[in-house]
Design a protein around this ligand. Structure first.
Ligand SMILES: C[S@@+](CC[C@H](N)C(=O)[O-])C[C@H]1O[C@@H](n2cnc3c(N)ncnc32)[C@H](O)[C@@H]1O
Length: 273
């Protein structure tokens, strides 16, 4: 049973689940991980703090255009909508159920314009505008191709635009082992956990591969921020939810163990044109 395939239906019977994943569907960020309390409320606040950190890292200001690819329930767009004025906010997601929930829950304010669109991030629609920023927060590993996504973003960004990616990055020292492990085991486990609506397969890569993709598509990797230690308190919280709801503990445990040993690191990457 997949995580996204049943998530919205489960919200009705399980308010705790909605509290944890009703807005953001990504890991939490704790400035000081020792202060994490392990509660769902603490996790929800930390998930919001991760979006906040991405917004701060991108240096977003009023009156810019932002494309959030793989926007989920639109949590980051909601935060932008609350924090800034005169924004053009476009969220794209492959799962229409998530898009519909976002449209229902997030209403424009502060003179912002918000559009949620059901589309594949690797086959973007015609927006009739160019963006200052594109964000892909914890979703690019599920897209059909990172390189095609970068090409698509390039076409839709202003010349000085920025692309901000949040992803699990493979430690170069374990690349060979990783390729074997990913092909044989992990891809299937994660697909089972995240669900077929979200992805048919997942793929993780290292920084070198990101630099090559950037070079091939007209971007430059400008900044890498490693927040692996700041996201660790996510695991005990989500492991419990996954056990309670989906019996997919092995996948989450696998990611937890790899990330505890810094073999797979949670990072924010900023690309400039
Ligand atoms: C872990 S969630 C992250 C959602 C959101 N970025 C957030 O931070 O809350 C991954 C998201 O990627 C979406 N997704 C997967 N493949 C996609 C694709 N090819 N195009 C657009 N969205 C996709 C899934 O439906 C899901 O909403």
């Amino acid at each position: 049973m997949g995580y996204f395939d049943t998530l919205i239906e489960k919200f009705e019977d399980n308010p705790a689940l909605e509290e944890a994943f009703g807005k953001h569907i990504h890991w939490g960020y704790w400035e000081n991980p020792d202060n994490a309390t392990g509660t769902l409320l603490d996790f929800a606040m930390a998930a919001n703090n991760l979006s906040q950190l991405v917004i701060k890292t991108a240096q977003i200001q009023d009156a810019v255009s932002i494309l959030d690819a793989g926007c989920g329930f639109g949590g980051t767009i909601s935060l932008l909508n609350d924090s800034f004025h005169n924004l053009n906010l476009y969220g794209v997601n492959i799962d229409n159920a998530q898009v519909e929930r976002a449209r229902k829950k997030i209403l424009p304010q502060n003179n912002n314009n918000i559009q949620f669109i059901n589309a594949n991030a690797c086959d973007l629609p015609d927006f009739n505008l160019l963006f200052d920023y594109s964000i892909a927060l914890e979703c690019i590993f599920a897209f059909p191709s990172r390189e095609i996504f970068f090409q698509q973003v390039r076409k839709n960004l202003k010349p000085a635009g920025k692309l901000i990616i949040v992803d699990f990055i493979i430690n170069p020292n374990m690349r060979k082992f990783w390729l074997w492990f990913e092909n044989q085991i992990l891809s299937k486990l994660i697909t089972d956990t995240y669900g077929s609506k979200a992805t048919n397969q997942v793929k993780f890569i290292g920084i070198k591969e990101y630099e090559n993709i950037a070079k091939n598509t007209g971007f430059k990797l400008e900044k890498v921020i490693d927040i692996n230690k700041n996201v660790q308190p996510t695991y005990p919280v989500i492991n419990k939810i996954i056990v309670d709801n989906f019996s997919d503990l092995i996948t989450a445990k696998g990611l937890e163990i790899f990330s505890q040993f810094n073999l797979i690191n949670y990072q924010i990457l900023v690309f400039s044109s």
